[in-house]
Design a protein around this ligand. Structure first.
Ligand code: NAD
Length: 522
């Protein structure tokens, strides 16, 4: 099988050309399953590179916004076709730089494929509105208009899916793009942009600057010619991004951290709930914004659930994601490993009961990477730090409860509000959970992970500032006498986003009885 041709030295992509960082500095992209393997070297960009990229995007916007949306869509459609052809190679590249197993990176690429086709379709559906006027001889209508240059900042845990959630909607609406991907996973963005170029994207429409957050992300957010920002990452960085946008009232879309919960009622199908907790908690080594890092279990079934869950988790195979047998890959980097180890110590000091795992995994080849054992703490109190703070690793806190109301309290008493799930056969409880859980997403009889791109996605509280999985827009303004009216707001560059759908690659993990989803429309 052919592999993607990957030169070791990569460059920024600005104004249709691959260029070095002006500073001449670079950084390394290493395989977290084997840190002696260098995946690539990327430019460490600074303000000057960002300025060049924004200038190029601004220049390109003048033409791109006037290209008919169905023509823009043709380019996206061609890109989707290339993504399909290269799916396997792209997934392998992603596993090498990010670590998650191939079954998951295939899903990540599939997400990019789905989003690209979907947005290509939207090119013929960028509807406006005609509305009746209250005055005689006056017509009122609204049309969609792009915002301009949009700045996109992405994390490392969905290295191609998240850039595609942001780039494709921005492009189809006629915006131009400067993207700053996470420093841990630049190769996947490189591969995505390479495909857009091959699909015929005009010069300057997409520009990429690689580098560290403060040096290359911050200047992008603050740049006066960036009309809107879309950010996915930690709540801490998101707060900074939000504050940087505030002085100029720049629209700013934020997707941030989570502390998601699975509630297991006493009438739940336990087999289904255990599978959900395993993949919700430990898929992507717990490094998902939607990871089920809390599992609250009714006391009537707590003992049985704990025993079976622990047994299942002990059997998970840790290893290099390129090995088809691997179920749990490494953490992204040493810092993340240290964070997980720190939280294990915090859990112990809080007197939570360590039942499974709790150590760095370093037997044999695992010592070459940033691996950590899947870890379960039982008898966790809701106020403990391991039940309140986002760990972003393979650590699940099990919390016993007595009643449905108590479970809801536990669920809602965190500062995040992304995803929650309930396992029950009682339709009344299911509907109450959908109504009363303070999260953007609620699942019933399915884990907290696994959405579909055509559904809304977003969080409440410290997780985010609203769902954006749609291209609808605010109400129009109108002008008298039937003149064309331009009401131009395109919220956060119309970013449509979602976590990966349950694709064929991962579907089997969730197959069970009575699975259905509910998405709250924020
Ligand atoms: P991070 O906040 O450290 O980094 C995210 C991006 O922001 C990176 O590209 C980084 O370089 C950049 N950045 C860092 N400092 C910056 C600054 N001062 N100005 C501008 N940009 C800056 O997050 P991460 O470690 O890459 O990702 C993990 C976090 O992302 C977790 O908290 C996770 O929950 C969250 N996440 C959320 C979602 C969601 O949809 N809600 C999805 C994926 C990940």
């Amino acid at each position: 099988m052919a592999t993607v041709a990957v030169p070791k030295f990569h460059k920024n992509f600005i104004n249709g050309e691959w260029v070095e960082a002006r500073s001449g500095r670079s950084f390394e992209d290493r395989n977290p399953a084997n840190f002696s393997e260098l995946v690539g070297i990327f430019p460490a960009s600074t303000q000057q590179d960002v300025n060049d990229a924004v200038d190029a995007a601004k220049w390109a916007f003048a033409k791109w916004r006037l290209m008919p949306a169905p023509r823009r869509a043709e380019i996206l459609y061609r890109a989707a076709e290339i993504l399909v052809k290269r799916k396997e190679d792209l997934a392998r590249d992603m596993t090498r730089e990010m670590g998650k197993p191939l079954s998951e990176t295939r899903g990540d690429v599939q997400e990019a494929i789905d989003m690209t086709y979907y947005m290509a379709g939207e090119g013929r559906r960028l509807f406006g509105q005609t509305v009746p006027s209250e005055l005689p001889n006056k017509s009122a209508m609204s049309v969609r208009d792009p915002l301009g240059v949009v700045g996109l900042i992405t994390p490392w845990n969905f290295p191609m899916a998240i850039p595609s959630w942001k780039i494709m909607p921005a492009l189809i609406c006629g915006n131009t793009v400067v993207i700053k991907p996470a420093e841990d996973t630049p190769l996947s963005t490189h591969n995505l942009v390479q495909i857009l170029i091959e699909a015929g994207l005009p010069v300057g429409v997409v520009n990429v600057v690689y580098g560290m957050g403060p040096e290359s992300g911050a200047p992008l957010v603050a740049h006066e010619d960036v009309a809107a920002v879309s950010f996915t990452g930690s709540t801490e960085t998101g707060r900074f991004v939000s504050q940087a946008c505030a002085p100029s009232f720049k629209p700013c879309h934020l997707e941030m951290g989570g502390k998601n919960i699975i509630i297991v009622m006493d009438d739940a199908n336990l087999e289904l709930a255990i599978e959900g907790a395993v993949w919700g908690g430990f898929g992507t080594s717990g490094q998902r914004c939607t990871a089920a890092s809390r599992v609250a279990v009714h006391k009537k079934v707590y003992r049985e659930f704990l025993d079976r869950f622990a047994q299942r988790v002990r059997s998970l195979r840790i290893g290099d994601g390129l090995d088809p047998e691997t179920e749990i890959g490494p953490l992204i980097n040493e810092t993340q490993l240290q964070t997980v180890m720190k939280y294990v110590e915090i859990g112990k000091s809080e007197l939570a009961r360590l039942v499974v795992g709790g150590h760095r995994a370093e037997s044999g080849n695992l010592a070459k990477g940033w691996f950590h054992e899947p870890t379960i703490f039982a008898d966790v109190h809701p106020a403990m730090r391991i039940a309140q703070e986002e760990i972003f690793g393979p650590v699940v806190a099990l919390l016993p409860f007595d009643s449905f109301d108590e479970a809801l309290d536990i669920a809602n008493q965190v500062k995040y509000g992304l995803s929650a799930s309930i396992y029950t056969r009682d339709v009344n409880q299911a509907y109450r959970a959908m109504r009363d859980l303070e999260t953007g997403i609620v699942y019933v009889n399915a884990p907290t992970i696994g959405a579909e791109i055509q559904l809304p996605f977003g969080g409440t509280k410290n997780t985010g500032n609203g769902a954006t999985a749609r291209l609808e827009r605010p109400p129009s303004t109108s002008t008298p006498n039937g003149r064309r009216s331009i009401s131009t707001t395109q919220t956060a560059c119309s970013v449509r986003r979602s976590i990966p759908p349950i694709t064929a690659d991962r579907k089997n993990r969730f197959v069970g009885l009575d699975v259905f989803f509910c998405f709250r429309d924020l």
